[in-house]
Write a protein that binds this ligand. Sequence first.
Ligand SMILES: NC(=O)c1ccc[n+]([C@@H]2O[C@H](COP(=O)([O-])OP(=O)(O)OC[C@H]3O[C@@H](n4cnc5c(N)ncnc54)[C@H](OP(=O)(O)O)[C@@H]3O)[C@@H](O)[C@H]2O)c1
Length: 341
Amino acid sequence: MTEYKNRAVVLNRRPEGEIRDGDLVVQEREQRPLKDGEVRAQTLWLSLDPYMRPRMNDSKGYMDPIGIGETIVGESVGRIVESKSDQYQVGDLITSYSGWQEYSVFPGDAPMVYKIEPKAGVPLQAYLGVAGMPGRTGYCGLMYVGKPKAGETVVVSAASGPVGTVVGQTAKKEGCRVVGVAGGPEKCRFVVEELGFDACVDYKAGNLEADLKAACPDGIDIYFENVGGAVTRAVAPLLNKGARVPICGYVSAYNAADMASVETPFHVLKALDEVPEHRFFLVTEWQAQHQEITTILTDRVASGELKYRETVAEGLDNAVEAFKGMLNGKNFGKQLVHIAD
Ligand SMILES: NC(=O)c1ccc[n+]([C@@H]2O[C@H](COP(=O)([O-])OP(=O)(O)OC[C@H]3O[C@@H](n4cnc5c(N)ncnc54)[C@H](OP(=O)(O)O)[C@@H]3O)[C@@H](O)[C@H]2O)c1
């Protein structure tokens, strides 16, 4: 036992479709004393990300499912509050895969833990959003899988979220015409007026195919796939010869009761007469460039060039509702949970 009272959100029951009351529950967890070489971190900001939902299912995707009774996986910004490792000092700020909990213990040499060197103009929580994993996903997926060339038309779905935000602004910097797809007029206005995209199509307005065609008079050279479903079906006939489709995710399917029966972007693209270059990618493919890409993104945040929104839920008790909302687009920009200062 220690002085630290930990609380965690754990998987109590596997959700069938949308998450229901009782699927995820908050539990008190004992914090054990540190062993030599270990550190204890207090979670300050927790990141909520769409990939967490498929990991609650009992099927192996690109990562193992979360076990019943286990803490929900997730990345956070934390502060070292106790250290028996010479690699960390009390007060160090880090990002780590702590899971949805208020305190975590890990060995000083654990992988995927990064020290944050605070930079003026870059709030801590940005290291979970546009300057963190989602930002690196957007940057690397666009630059290394999409391979944009000046003058090309790039379409990105979930355009106001952290991945889409970085994809669109990076593509603009590369000299592309950028069209976002987002849910609702407020998000579309933000994407054009604040983020500087050339156009944004509201897929909820009822004219998706026609609106997308009008926004892409020269067709589509890169479709950065975040959502799947109706958006992919509307994009497919507009893809130009030589088009590339980085498949980042397809969040419209994540709440499906049976993922195996979902029509994925692969089905839609493979059925085309001219099959575009397309592949699923994982941000961890560029793990070796973690610091280099983080520096690019934090520099752009610090200078004000990379703009973004965030939605903040307060406290671990509100994490589940915030997560459910995010899967349905209730978030506007990066969805975070603020745990402590
Ligand atoms: N491959 C990787 O390594 C990797 C890493 C990180 C993220 N990702 C993927 O990147 C994508 C975006 O992630 P993010 O963190 O930036 O999420 P996000 O945009 O903050 O949140 C998801 C958004 O998806 C949209 N959405 C939900 N249901 C939809 C539907 N039926 N049709 C169209 N849009 C829908 C909603 O926006 P609207 O209100 O606009 O509908 C919602 O806000 C996800 O697919 C995620 O899994 C992949």
